[in-house]
Design a protein around this ligand. Structure first.
Ligand code: NAD
Length: 354
């Protein structure tokens, strides 16, 4: 297993260091794991004047999987757009052809009180949001700000999806559902958008190849409502880039803490980039208080989706669960009656539970 490790900025290095401890523990158990570190984001800009240095992209391309911390920091906010840390993230996704973004929203029984919803609505919640990542209005051309004849400025973007882009992400959705509760809900805005009409048509056609999976369709506004009304009705939600961006953040809050949420971004061959859903949290960077569990759980996803090692995925997830059962909490998930620990101690506890 050749894994590129890209800690990035802010809390990135602290949380990635905990995941590396877990990998080291697995390696000492006999797994053949090779790690190589490189810079991305602001760290890439500082080291090489580029948020995605050539050497980093090359390493990522040559690796089986990429483990990423987070990018971004106040000190980079005034850079020209191509030099900003987030560009490193967009470019590595594009460079690796990562079109399927998987974000599970899972509520651990121990953390059901951390949700902003009533515990009975979220206890036992386990849904997977699959967001298409390389198309849609974020990449469609033309886009820009133009000046009209009357002197007024007008901003415009283009929502675009081709059949093949819809088809490949739909396949990923049905394949994931086959390994779960065999339900796919495709989210679109087909009552208003032509792009969504095509999306719905193609997803419906792909569903014919998966007769065991139940397909439903939902408009995005209703989906946003249903996610807070009765989230447990969902198994796999598959949707486009912009709707998925918003819905996956909404779903993440069902679970209480963004510090618990892993993600995977896959290409057509299950090569993947694995990272926590949260950002670089500059407000708490360097204080040894960030929650490393989202990053450690991203490793579990790596074992499951890139290396097809369900056993290892479950071993890591069980270690996290056991650590929570033992009452250990970082500040973001702390509640009375539990023991507050720092980033490092949380990583050590997970390794011990492994
Ligand atoms: P953020 O996710 O970094 O932080 C939001 C809040 O959640 C903060 O209060 C932070 O302290 C807290 N938080 C986040 N992760 C945590 C963890 N592991 N443990 C405990 N608390 C945690 O989002 P933001 O503040 O909007 O953005 C900060 C920077 O991160 C910006 O530069 C932004 O561009 C960047 N960002 C990067 C990514 C990424 O790398 N994938 C994603 C989102 C934002």
């Amino acid at each position: 297993m050749k894994i590129a490790v890209l800690p990035g900025d802010g809390i990135g290095p602290e949380i990635v260091a905990q995941a590396v401890k877990v990998l080291a523990a697995l390696r000492s158990d006999g797994m053949k794991i090779e790690l190589e570190h490189a810079h991305i984001g602001g760290a890439g800009y500082d080291a090489a004047g580029d948020p995605l240095p050539d050497a980093t992209l090359k390493l990522a391309q040559q690796s089986d999987a990429v483990l990423l911390g987070a990018v971004g920091g106040y000190q980079y906010d005034t850079l020209a757009r191509p030099l900003r840390p987030e560009q490193g993230l967009l470019r590595i996704r594009k460079g690796l052809g990562l079109f399927a973004n998987l974000r599970p929203a899972l509520v651990y029984p121990e953390l059901a009180n951390a949700s902003s919803l009533k515990p009975e609505l979220v206890a036992g919640l386990d849904i997977m949001i699959l967001r298409e990542l390389t198309g849609d209005i974020y990449f469609g051309q033309p886009r820009g700000i133009r000046t009209l004849d009357n002197g007024e400025r007008q901003g415009f973007d283009t929502m675009l999806y081709s059949e093949s882009e819809i088809r490949r992400v739909a396949h990923v959705g049905f394949q994931i559902a086959m390994k779960r509760n065999k339900k796919v809900c495709s989210v679109d805005k087909a009552n208003v958008l032509d792009t969504s009409m095509l999306w719905r048509e193609i997803v419906t056609a792909v569903a014919q190849e998966y007769p065991a999976v139940e397909l439903s369709h939902m408009y995005v506004d209703n989906a946003a409502m249903q996610l807070v009304r009765a989230p447990k009705q969902f198994d796999v939600i598959v949707t486009g880039n912009i709707f998925g961006d918003i819905l996956s953040d909404e779903a993440s809050m069902l679970t209480g803490s963004i510090g618990m949420l892993p993600s995977a971004s896959l290409d057509a061959n299950n090569k993947g980039l694995y990272e926590p859903c949260h950002g670089s949290a500059p407000d708490i960077a360097g204080k040894n208080i960030a929650n490393p569990l989202a990053t450690i759980l991203s490793l579990a996803m790596m074992m499951r989706y890139t290396f097809a090692r369900e056993d290892m995925a479950q071993r890591i997830e069980s270690a996290v669960r056991k650590t929570l059962q033992n009452g250990l909490r970082t500040a973001d998930i702390f509640e009375a009656g539990t023991q507050k620990v720092g980033t490092d101690a949380m990583g050590d506890a997970v390794v011990a539970a492994l």
